[in-house]
Design a protein around this ligand. Structure first.
Ligand code: SAM
Length: 285
């Protein structure tokens, strides 16, 4: 009965699109063409990660809730420069760049290794008239960070889990990050449901290295959320200078909060995550 199957699939898609319309209103910056799906249908999870409470575009893109928090945080902190390592389909870059546009200034430096993805992102930024607020660097993040003179106010480390801690370490050692560093995919349960990559050892090393760097004297505190794919936010002293990273130990604690859970600048912890479209910005086009 191929006709019945096709009709059933079309009905399911129509129902998903209708559900997505309601969800979309929560995220003013999301482009019209990007589906808003329930995370539980997009990505494998353990029940404790509560994926049903989250929404996402696809498995390679960060959940909308975290991107929306970053969008709101950029609007709150008014950074001149934002770093993103790993762009994939560019949804995160759009979230960050549209926040800079709302501020009226600021540049997102998005570093993407894959030339096709980098080119597609450039086109997406131009079509949404966001190219004045973002630059795409098509190269390895580690090469770019070893060379650039740009000092980043906010860093979103989202390339491959295996190198994200090294990216941040390089930024700390070169004195090119201040204020905030965010790491995605840090849920301690992540490799329970993922098939093969990253391996449990690689993922445990990622968490341990990030949490060790969070104890570097230039870092003033950190916060971890274990929900969905998880994230860790590290607060960096605004006047952090260059020098070797002297992170104490590498044995990560698996609690959901670290030293200084209340960051020195309390505004960092209260970025509005509602994004319910109540602004008068033009970003919903
Ligand atoms: C998880 S996705 C990024 C998702 C994106 N930040 C978002 O929120 O929508 C990871 C991306 O990192 C890229 N990548 C992998 N290794 C990289 C490297 N060494 N330097 C830069 N990008 C890299 C991959 O090509 C992929 O597109």
């Amino acid at each position: 009965m191929p006709i019945l199957h096709t009709a059933a699939r079309a009905a399911r898609r129509a129902a998903e699109a209708a559900r997505g319309l309601g969800r979309r209103r929560k995220y003013a910056w999301v482009p019209w063409w990007a589906p808003v799906r329930n995370e539980a249908r997009v990505h494998p999870h353990s029940p404790e990660e509560r994926p049903e409470l989250f929404e996402s575009y696809n498995a390679g893109t960060t959940e909308y809730e975290l991107l929306n928090w970053l969008h709101a945080t950029v609007m709150l902190l008014k950074p001149a420069t934002v770093l993103e390592t790993g762009a994939a389909d560019g949804i995160g870059t759009l979230a960050l760049a549209s926040a800079c546009r709302n501020n009226g200034f600021g540049t997102v430096h998005s570093v993407e290794l894959d030339p096709e993805r980098a080119a597609a992102l450039g086109a997406r930024l131009r079509s949404r008239k966001l190219d004045g607020f973002a630059r795409v660097h098509c190269e390895s993040s580690l090469d770019y960070l070893a060379r650039t003179d740009t000092v980043f106010d906010v860093g979103f480390f989202d390339s491959m889990c295996e190198i994200r801690a090294a990216e941040f370490r390089l930024c700390l050692e070169r004195g090119i990050i201040r204020k905030l560093a965010v790491f995605h995919d840090t849920s301690p349960l992540r490799t329970r449901t993922l098939d093969g990559w990253p391996t449990p050892d690689e993922h445990a090393a990622y968490r341990a290295d990030v949490l060790a760097l969070a104890r570097d004297p230039r870092c003033t505190g950190w916060y971890e959320s274990p929900l969905s794919r998880g994230f860790i936010a590290i607060f960096v002293a605004p006047d952090a200078g260059p020098g070797p990273a002297t992170a104490a130990g590498s044995s990560a604690r698996s609690t959901s909060a670290g030293k200084g859970m209340a960051p020195p600048d309390a505004s960092l912890a209260v970025a509005d995550a509602t994004g319910d479209g109540g602004t008068d910005s033009d970003e919903s086009r």
